[in-house]
Every structure is written in C-alpha cells, then in structure tokens.
Design a protein around this ligand. Sequence first.
Ligand SMILES: Cc1cc2nc3c(=O)[nH]c(=O)nc-3n(C[C@H](O)[C@H](O)[C@H](O)COP(=O)(O)OP(=O)(O)OC[C@H]3O[C@@H](n4cnc5c(N)ncnc54)[C@H](O)[C@@H]3O)c2cc1C
Length: 400
Amino acid sequence: VTVGRRVVVVGASLGAVSFIEALRKRGGDHSIVLVGQEPHLPYDRPPLSKQFLLDQSAAPPLLKPAEWYEQNEVDLALGQEVTDLQTQPLSVTLAGGERIGADEIVIATGCRARELPIADQVSGLHYLRTLDDAARLRALFNTTGRLVVLGAGFIGLEAGAAAAQRGWDVVVLEREPSPLVRVVGAELGRLCLDGYLREGVDVRCDCSVTGLLGESAVRGVTLGAGDDLEADAVLAGIGAVPNTEWLEGSGVAVDNGVLCDRAGRTSVPGVWAVGDVARWPNAVTGRRDRVEQWQAARDHGAIVAGNMVSHAEEATWKAPPYFWSDLFDAKVQFVGHCDPGASVRIFRRDGKAVAVFGRERLEGVLTVSAPRALALGRRHLMSGATYGEASEWAENALAA
Ligand SMILES: Cc1cc2nc3c(=O)[nH]c(=O)nc-3n(C[C@H](O)[C@H](O)[C@H](O)COP(=O)(O)OP(=O)(O)OC[C@H]3O[C@@H](n4cnc5c(N)ncnc54)[C@H](O)[C@@H]3O)c2cc1C
C-alpha cells in the first residue's frame, strides 16, 4: 500500500461510493476527496422511478449515512462542479477556480437525462435523473391529470406506472415499433410490457412527437400525424448522455463515454473511470459497451479500488452486465448482452417468462418474475453454453 497518496473522486454517486468503500476495505489509506455537483449526500437512483414516487413521506434513499463519510475519512465537497482535469501534475479545477492536486483521479460523473431539443424553459416538462427531479414529480402526483411519457424505456415506463398508481391518466408514446427496443429488442420489449398493458396504461408505439403544446406551460404534445394530445404534464424519458464535456482537451480519451482498459484505467496514467460514464471491456460479452446499470457501477468501483492498492495480478470485469426493472408487479431481469441480430426464444408460464438469445453461443437471458431462472441463466452464460443447450434448459426452466 502506498501511504498518504491523495485520490480525488469526481462525481458523488454509486460508482464513487462503491470505489471508496472497497478502497477502505482493501486497506487503502489514501486521503480521499469526493467532489459532487449535486448538493445532496450520495443517494441511490433506482428507487427514484419506483417506491420514492409512490410514497410522499419516503426519505431520500441515501447510499450511506452522513457519519460514514466521517468514519472513512472522506473529505466531501458537495455542490461543486469540476470543470477541468489537468495532467502533469494531476489535478482538477472546480467551477469557482479552486485547484485540487491528486495522485490518482477516479472519474465517476455518470450521465444526465437527454433533453428535448427545445430552447425555452417550460413548466410541466419533466425529466427523471436526480433526486430533485423525483421530488418534483412526486409532488406533481399529489394532484391529478394526464401525464404523457415520451419514450417507452425503463425509466419512463416505471415512472408511468407510479403515476398510474397515484391516479393519473398515463399515455406512453414511443417512436419505435415496440417498447424497450434499444435495450432488449422488439420481441422481448413486448414481453416485458405484457403485465403493464393489463394495468390499463395506454402505450402507443410507432408514434413520433413533433412538438410541445403550450407557451410557458406544457398543455400537450403534437403528434407526427398532425393530431394533438392534451396533457397536464410531460415526462421525457428519452435516454441519458454521459457527462464527459469537462474532460475536453484533458487528454483523457472519450468516445461515447470514457474509454477504459480491462483494469479501469483511462488513457491518462493515474486516471480511472467507473460506472455510467465509462466504457469497460467485459470478459463475458467480449464487448466494450457503456452500460447504464447499477451493478456495473458497483463492480467497476470495487475493481478500480483493488487495482489501485495491489500491484499483483490485475482485477478485471468478469461478471456479465446485469440490470433489473420493476413494472407494476413484474420484475424484469436481464443478464448479458442483447444484439438486434441474435435469435430469441421465449418461454412463458403462469405470468412468468424466460427468454434466451444468442447465435452459436448464448448471449443473454431475460426473465420476467423468475429470479431463480435468471440465476441459472447467468451460470449458463458464464460457462459459455451454446444457444442450443441454453434453449433446451430454458424450455423447462419454468416447470414447477
Ligand atoms: C430514475 C433511475 C432509475 C434507475 N433504475 C435502475 C434499475 O432499476 N436497475 C438498474 O440496473 N439501474 C437503474 N438505474 C441506473 C443506475 O442508477 C445507474 O447505473 C447508476 O446511478 C450509475 O452510477 P454512477 O455513479 O456511474 O453515475 P450517476 O449515478 O449518474 O452519478 C454521477 C454523479 O456525478 C455528478 N457529476 C457529473 N458531472 C460532474 C462534474 N463535472 N463535477 C462534479 N460532479 C459531477 C452528477 O451530478 C451525479 O451526481 C436507474 C437510474 C435512474 C436515473
């Protein structure tokens, strides 16, 4: 262990906290500065589109209590934006001009919600990425009316479900021919939505929105066909963008996210990246995708901590990418990678489903309300099962 080195972590969320937790567990006695743009202590995002919206009295889902940062000797700089990263010597600059020197830097700046290409600020137009966004939506749901959700991705669908449960009339509009195409492909997208449609939420695919109605407050949306759809509020769930602008000119290589090697190092010595902002090679899928998934941020943080304190064999990302979503009562879980060109086989029984996809080899497994099957599917994926073997397994996976 190198004594007294300083690590500056930029972005105060899941990737950052799992890095710090793992670093201290591994005995790293670095001094740690954690800089985050949001004013809040680091919190967990998945509840923000789920339970948090349902319960007006739910507390912010903090990742760690305030004392934890003190106990772990973390110097917190919240409400501070980092605007630059300099090399030789390594340092970062805060928006106020203060410069913080570092021996190591961990980039954990995640993503922000992709915004609609409109210049004006309009009230009633919502995004959902931060605690403040969720608090605004939750307060809105105390009233009643019609919510139009733009984009049938997981976040839009989850928030739409919460709105429906709080008595709102919800219409989800999707440009693609089926929901969740970008994440799991068309066939699996429709599968995930089975239960959703049973709840009576109106999901319209092949539906492009050409504009918003209303001057300073949203009154609805204009559809491509020339029809208007009135709304009291609009939630745009149209994806997320990695926060990398502050790295321009720094020498850290960026291409749809910060490019990392197997160990989590960027192109600049002493600089690492984790979580939603980072593109790491995954040993199981063989791909270097940027994945916006809770488990990946956890994994990356722990791997970087290990590699920072140990000069023995490098740790790499060996668990297949994984995410889950809750759509009303359905728990959707997905492990592996989904390629539009892969074959898919879907098996259902009693409201549960297992889908496997791949070519020669199994590439991914999606389950609906079948967590045991998901765990077995992950094992097949890690052992390099063929698509044929996996299909045979999946056919019987839901048998009682
Ligand atoms: C509403 C919602 C629901 C989700 N649900 C699920 C789910 O069910 N399952 C699942 O697997 N995943 C889910 N996710 C994804 C999961 O939350 C993310 O993968 C995870 O938060 C990534 O953590 P991160 O630390 O990489 O980045 P983030 O959580 O994006 O945090 C990055 C932080 O860096 C800060 N920052 C950015 N730029 C700067 C700067 N220049 N200076 C200082 N600070 C900066 C940001 O303000 C932010 O606080 C959900 C995400 C959202 C938003």
